[in-house]
Design a protein around this ligand. Structure first.
Ligand code: SIN
Ligand code: FE2
Length: 217
């Protein structure tokens, strides 16, 4: 675990940790790129501000979101969809930083998915108390490509279940620099994030930033 609960230095990346057929945690895989990823995420956020999208059920999400890349995931009362423009500005989403595409492709390959070229990156910002309820990522037209999810900042509890909403999810700690990859038989697994515990991360402060890479178009 790279979880830094007792102030120990994070453990360097060793090997994929399988959590289900088609799914693995790569603990510490992004640690040596974390500062570059943090800075690039800040630049995207400066250009396309975080917002709390409303779900079709009418509730604002507790997670702040924005996107970069050719396509961005959006939610509104009319549903979930991918869009090539930011509905707030009408402008294209900021381009995907090279360090984003690079870590996503390398993490996917490390987990057994060669040739992953994401065209969408959702940036999720969790403040203490923010959570993401169990869901499937199923708005992408190409379900053959995996999902790559990079964690920065405060540690979170990742919930990873099965193909049915009723499957009881397992809980995994995700720390700064950890990467989760799921595809193949796990591509439509239900997953979510438990309410973020308060804390102070040395580089990111009181927040967790998650980068979710997808092949959407
Ligand atoms: C997501 O499912 O989009 C986010 C997962 C995470 O924040 O780790
Ligand atoms: Fe998701």
């Amino acid at each position: 675990m790279t979880q830094n609960l007792f102030g120990e230095p994070p453990t360097p990346y060793a090997a994929p940790e399988p959590i289900a057929p088609g799914a693995a945690l790569l603990r510490g895989f992004a640690l040596d790129q974390a500062e570059a990823l943090r800075q690039a995420a800040q630049q995207v956020i400066a250009a396309a501000h975080l917002r709390h999208p409303v779900t079709p059920g009418g509730r604002a999400m507790s997670v702040g979101m924005t996107n970069c890349g050719a396509l961005g995931w959006t939610s509104s009362r009319t549903g979930y969809r991918y869009s090539s423009t930011d509905p707030l500005s009408g402008q294209p989403w900021p381009p995907m930083p090279a360090c984003f595409a690079d870590i996503a492709a390398r993490a996917a390959a490390e987990a057994g998915f060669e040739g992953f070229a994401p065209d969408a990156c959702l940036i999720n910002r969790y403040e203490p108390g923010a959570r993401m309820s169990l869901h499937q990522d199923r708005d992408e037209s190409d379900l053959g490509a995996p999902i790559v999810s990079v964690s920065l900042g405060l540690p979170a509890v990742f919930l990873f279940g099965g193909l049915q909403r009723s499957d009881r999810p397992a809980r995994y700690g995700l720390a700064h620099g950890d990467v989760a990859v799921w595809g193949g038989a796990a591509r439509l697994a239900f997953h979510g994030v438990a309410p973020l515990a308060d804390g102070e991360h040395p580089r990111l402060g009181r927040q967790r930033i998650n980068l979710t890479f997808r092949r959407a178009g």
